[in-house]
Design a protein. Structure first.
Length: 263
């Protein structure tokens, strides 16, 4: 029996993709509707009253532009959080979740090797995050058009790619921990902890001079330091993608050796 792992995995999460896509689209449209009000509130007096570190961290002085507003209000915290949550949830469920639910055994008795099963599930995770990235790209342009925010397509593409990659890196980490351990809770916990630590390092690198040199190690810095709505494709994008590949490959030996059906 040969089970179409990749297509089945995507088919099983199609409704989740639809709902997450609607949520991302709604977020972008709502924030675009708020932008004219926020733009009119920001002036020199307000910026002077705010701490310099706060203005630098969130680029508040750039919020009078559509690009700056979405970078600050959406693509710095909210959107990365959504993509990380989706990636971690799906990554932890891909093997460990199905194993604990008792549905992985059906796949393991197929003629496919365990390595191929894991790789096809990881590929499905990457494709689903790419779909969400494409949705983010489309709704960014739609929001820009409706609110006259002036966001170029290249900027929106870079922002969507950044979100997809930060979700993929953390999702791949959850996938790897789940595949190696068979424990969904552990997979979610490890990936969530890394996400929080990464964000703390990103923020601390701005606020604490002694940590500035360490800031590039943060996945958040790698994803959003250049905007991420910008005309620059930073080297950090390559590190995010490479880390995702390393996580998955590193988990394969453990997954292929352990007695997954009995765990």
């Amino acid at each position: 029996m040969t089970v179409p792992i990749f297509s089945k995995t995507l088919r099983d999460q199609r409704w989740a993709l639809v709902l997450w896509s609607l949520g991302i689209g709604a977020l972008l449209l709502v924030m675009a509707a708020l932008w004219p009000t926020v733009r009119d509130l920001i002036d020199a007096d307000l910026l002077a009253a705010l701490p310099e570190a706060l203005v630098e961290l969130f680029d508040i002085d750039d919020m009078v532009t559509g690009v700056g507003f979405l970078n600050t209000e959406v693509f710095s915290i909210l959107m990365p959080g959504l993509f990380i949550a989706y990636g971690v949830g799906r990554g932890a469920h891909a093997i460990a979740g199905e194993e604990q639910d008792g549905t992985l055994e059906v796949v393991l008795v197929s003629r496919l090797s365990r390595s191929r099963i894991a790789l096809e599930k990881a590929a499905a995770l990457a494709v689903s995050l790419t779909v969400l990235g494409a949705v983010g790209f489309a709704f960014t342009l739609l929001a820009s058009s409706l609110a006259d925010m002036g966001i170029p397509a290249s900027y929106a593409a870079n922002g969507a790619l950044a979100m997809m990659l930060i979700g993929l890196q953390h999702g791949a980490l959850a996938f790897a921990v789940g595949a190696a351990s068979g424990r969904r809770g552990l997979a979610v916990g490890v990936a969530a902890t890394v996400a929080v630590m990464g964000y703390v390092l990103h923020v601390a690198g701005v606020l604490v001079d002694g940590l500035e040199a360490w800031q590039p190690l943060s996945p958040f810095t790698q994803a959003i330091a250049a905007g991420p709505l910008s005309d620059t494709v930073p080297l950090g994008f390559a590190w995010l993608a490479l880390a995702a590949v390393v996580f998955v490959v590193a988990a394969l030996p453990r997954f292929t050796r352990r007695d997954a059906a009995a765990s």
